[in-house]
Design a binder for this molecule. Sequence first.
Ligand code: FNR
Length: 368
Amino acid sequence: EELTVIRKFEHIEHCLKRNVQAHVSNGFEDVHFVHMSLPEIDKDEIDMSVEFLGRRFDYPIFIAGMTGGTKGSQLAGRINKTLAKAAQELNIPMGVGSQRAMIRKPETWESYYVRDVAPDVFLVGNLGAPQFAETMPERYGLEEALRAVETIQADALAIHMNPLQESVQPEGDTQYRGVLKALAELKAEFPYPIIAKETGAGVSKEVAIRLESIGIDAIDVGGLGGTSWSAVEYYRVKDEIGKGLALRFWDWGIKTAISVAEVRYSTDLPIIATGGMRDGITIAKALAMGATFAGVALPLLKPAVKGDVEGVIKILRRYIEEIRNAMFLVGARNVEELRKVPLVITGFTREWLEQRIDLREYLRGGRL
Ligand code: FNR
């Protein structure tokens, strides 16, 4: 039990103090807008709002889940409440980190609870896919999923898929057998939306199609090119072989831009584009490629740890102004129009996508 708590502390510490990002990009440098000299709109009429799971949000940014369950509930509680205040102020959704610690130690619930400071925020709970595996002792089911959502009055549940991280972690949960079936059963009974969420290695079209077929409500592609969980584990592992393994898989996965295209092309599910989203032009590209939100985690951690709500909002407002500017320069009045502007895809991303989807069709109209 103590292990989970200590592990969480270590993760946050490494994320704050070391380079935990992928050495490769998230692919959006290969995606280009075509500048429009006659936008035929006024910049101040641009509307960035998006609809998602029946709710309307002012901006297309999702604060990705990071934490909860730390000792004394202090550090994690502060991070979550700080993020929640920013999300409440901007009317954008947010997730909490894995609630596994809360399932084990119910007394840590307060570190995930943000309703007191964010009464209206669309809040997403978080459990790990391996916990639902048939080979997992004390596997999770409907009861744990309900507890995760209802204890913190969340609006939806994210199930994180993290086989990469678990596989390079000495104490990792590498049971994944029967997860899809378990999620299908859960989905059939569970009264809240479920978001399937990767954590840095991306979602392929094959996985997306399966998730859609069992009724999953949305996909957070959590692609390669931002925070690397092999990197985080690299710093934690002590033995040489373990370190070597984590280092070898530091840049494993499907880049965020590629994953957005694969999922958009092959399913109708709403997409959250997470993984290395660090500026508003990149976010605008993700929206143009068919995502509803860009998800952001690591850049918000530093101000959140300090309880600096204004610091979190400042970063998000910078992204928002950059998105607005990009939308103006391609003549898109709203996100729907942004999905119809021409895009040019070059380089590695183009080479990959040409082998995986009908890129021409996707670019012509398959992004809607
Ligand atoms: C995370 N992430 C994460 N995801 C999840 O589903 N459950 C979790 O408990 C956590 N914990 C966590 C802690 C910290 C400190 C970070 C930075 C991240 C993953 C996160 O939601 C996101 O998918 C990735 O971090 C990629 O986004 P960035 O960091 O590149 O913007």
